[in-house]
Structure formats: C-alpha cells, structure tokens
Design a protein around this ligand. Structure first.
Ligand SMILES: [Zn+2]
Ligand SMILES: [Zn+2]
Length: 138
C-alpha cells in the first residue's frame, strides 16, 4: 500500500484516534444496516463499537463523511440493538468504560432478571449491582 493511502483512524463519535480493539464480525447474524460490515473497531476513548469503514479514513475530508454516515445510518441501528441496563440506562460500552476505569475488565457485565408475571427479563449491570458478580471471580 502506498504511503499516501495509509489508513488513519478517528472515532466518528468522539474524535479520538485511540483504538481499543479491532475485530472481525460475523455478518450472518447481523441486522440489515450492518450487513456489509465485516470489521469493527472499539474506540479507546468512548468504548463504542464502530464499523471499521467509518473509523478509518484516508483523506482528511473523509472524516466528515464518516461522521455523517455513522450518525445517520449506523448509530441509530447500533443504539436500537445495544444491550442497556434497565436500572441506570447506560449502554454496554458506557458500562465497560466505567468498569475499565475501576480496573474491571470482563465480558460479564450484565445479569438478567425474570419477573414472575413473565413479562420479560430485565438487564442489570455490574455497576448497579456489583455484589451479584462477586462469585464469578473465583
Ligand atoms: Zn470514540
Ligand atoms: Zn446499571
């Protein structure tokens, strides 16, 4: 790859250039807006998972385009499908970020409650109920 075409990175959500993770995603189970996304980047600042194609830019004027595409196309879908705590209303990446700040790095950040009337489970996060996760540490 020629040097002038080198990939550069900027988060369309918070403008950070830090990457926490870059990972392949399986498009098979993905909803429509993400059907063509094969790779995502987790921002090292806001911790949001963002399709790599709007995180990577080559020319400086791509940055604004990436932001527009993220805001209008991917982000609404992402928010619709994202796991959210029913107590504090934070989304999973906000919870991950706060746990990270407390040096807790774990994929285990939610538990689900079921009410007896069967109207569906509630998700409770590790920030709201840290005690519930204590046994999992051993
Ligand atoms: Zn970000
Ligand atoms: Zn919570």
């Amino acid at each position: 790859m020629a040097k002038e075409n080198q990939e550069k990175f900027q988060c369309p959500e918070c403008d950070s250039q830090n990457i926490r993770l870059r990972f392949q995603v399986n498009t098979k189970d993905k909803y429509d807006a993400y059907a063509n996304v094969s790779e995502e980047i987790q921002c090292g600042n806001c911790f949001m998972d963002i399709p790599a194609n709007v995180f990577i830019y080559i020319n400086d004027n791509d940055i604004e385009d990436n932001k527009k595409i993220w805001e209008s196309f991917y982000k609404p879908e992402h928010l619709k499908n994202a796991a959210q705590c029913s107590k504090c209303n934070l989304y999973y990446w906000q919870i991950e970020k706060q746990l990270f700040d407390k040096s807790i790095i774990s994929p285990d950040i939610f538990y689900q409650t079921y009410d007896s009337k069967g109207s569906g489970g509630k998700m409770i996060c590790r920030l709201c109920d840290p005690e519930a996760f204590k046994n999992n540490k051993q």
